[in-house]
Design a protein around this ligand. Structure first.
Ligand code: SAM
Ligand code: SF4
Length: 360
């Protein structure tokens, strides 16, 4: 078997190499991989971390993904929608705290009323921010026309995780109907790219039925699709979801965490100039989880700016962190923690994906 050093010295990683790296169990080998990925991040991006303020503005959703705590079939969730005024106040807070952009995330809705409301909201945000302020959307699958209207209104980035690039696994973790079609999800990624968005995707790591081969293929999928930014993290179970029945198939949390860290590291090696987020789900397993992700090659963190009173209603999974801290605490502690690991928050930088800039 090839050593990790031998693999890391190759010009290009093969699928077998990726599988070998993701399968590492030896601590020294794991550390060697992480160190290499971080050195690439340091060389290409610098010791910088980009912050985006996350606003989970609604938990209404028309979908029923088997893994997600806010799926429409979970009637225990109390549903909310932030008003435009509430959202604009958060945007103001983000600007006062020198954040250069926000992420608007919600469940998936597609009514004309919703689409128009988002278009109007983007325009309102543009009015109160400086012209370069970046708006990222994460609002699920939409028509090409909708993606275009939101882009024309001023949104520049879009996050749509493929969740898994294996159609077979995708079909196991979603209901089998038109609304949850793998092909539609793929088509939406094409639409986003075609519209001109800085396009983001990602996957969940450690799902029941998922294999290391699936995860290697996920990384190759991200590379083949020439994605600009990635948010991927561990799958975490939620008792009020159908996938909870397969809890006994899951790998232990610490293994899921380390595998997620290796996924970040290998992705950084495969795509040196993209933006990679160190996700909240990592922090749910280990308090310093996001910082560990940054040391493995990630370069983006999305502090949660959603008002506290709504956070308990946006529980995608159990043990979601920061549900008791207000945004101010979160931002302050985050900047300190980033400094502690020898990185700096890039306050004067919009943090566009270098990959996106290079491909334009
Ligand atoms: N509704 C939009 C969508 O699905 O694209 C955006 C919001 S959705 C809550 C954002 C992401 O949360 C999903 O893409 C999924 O990867 C992640 N998510 C949902 N349930 C999760 C779970 N149990 N563990 C980890 N991540 C989860
Ligand atoms: Fe809705 Fe997104 Fe959750 Fe699926 S993952 S149920 S689309 S919020």
């Amino acid at each position: 078997m090839m050593t990790v050093s031998e693999i890391l010295n190759r010009q290009e990683l093969s699928r077998e190499d990726i599988i070998r790296l993701l399968s590492i169990t030896d601590k020294e080998e794991h550390d060697e991989l992480i160190k290499r990925a971080y050195s690439i991040k340091e060389r290409i991006i610098g010791r910088k971390v980009y912050l985006r303020g996350l606003i989970e503005f609604s938990n209404y959703c028309r979908k029923n993904c088997y893994y997600c705590g806010i799926r429409s079939g979970n009637h225990k969730v109390s549903r909310y929608f932030l008003s435009d005024t509430e959202i604009l106040e958060i945007v103001e807070f983000a600007q006062e705290n020198h954040l250069k952009g926000i992420v608007l995330q919600s469940g998936e809705l597609s009514s004309e009323e919703f689409v128009n409301r988002i278009t109007a909201l983007i325009a309102k945000i543009k009015k109160v921010t400086n012209p370069d302020f970046r708006i990222t959307l994460s609002l699920g699958e939409q028509s090409l026309d909708t993606y275009k209207s939101w882009f024309d209104a001023g949104a520049q980035r879009y996050l749509l995780r493929i969740e898994t690039s294996s159609e077979e696994l995708y079909n196991k973790i979603h209901p089998s109907d038109e609304l949850h079609s793998f092909k539609t999800r793929l088509k939406c990624l094409d639409y986003l790219r075609e519209t001109g968005y800085m396009t983001g995707t990602g996957v969940m790591i450690g799902l029941p039925f998922q294999t290391i081969e699936n995860l290697a293929d996920d990384l190759l999928f991200i590379k083949e699709r020439d994605i600009d930014m990635v948010g991927m993290g561990p799958y975490l179970e939620h008792a009020d979801t159908p996938l909870y029945n397969y809890k006994n198939l899951l790998m232990p949390l610490n293994e899921r965490f380390n595998l997620s860290i290796r996924m970040i590291a290998v992705l950084r090696i495969l795509m040196p100039d993209i933006n990679i987020a160190s996700t909240t789900a990592l922090q749910s397993i280990i308090p310093m989880g996001r910082e560990i992700g940054l040391k493995a090659g990630a370069n983006v963190v999305m502090p949660n700016l959603t008002p506290l009173k709504y956070r308990r209603s946006y529980l995608l999974y159990e043990n979601k962190p920061c549900i008791n801290e207000d945004a101010d605490d979160c931002l302050n502690c985050l900047a300190k923690r980033i400094k502690m690991i020898g990185e700096e928050v890039a306050y004067n930088d919009y943090g566009d994906s270098k990959h996106y800039i290079n491909r334009k």
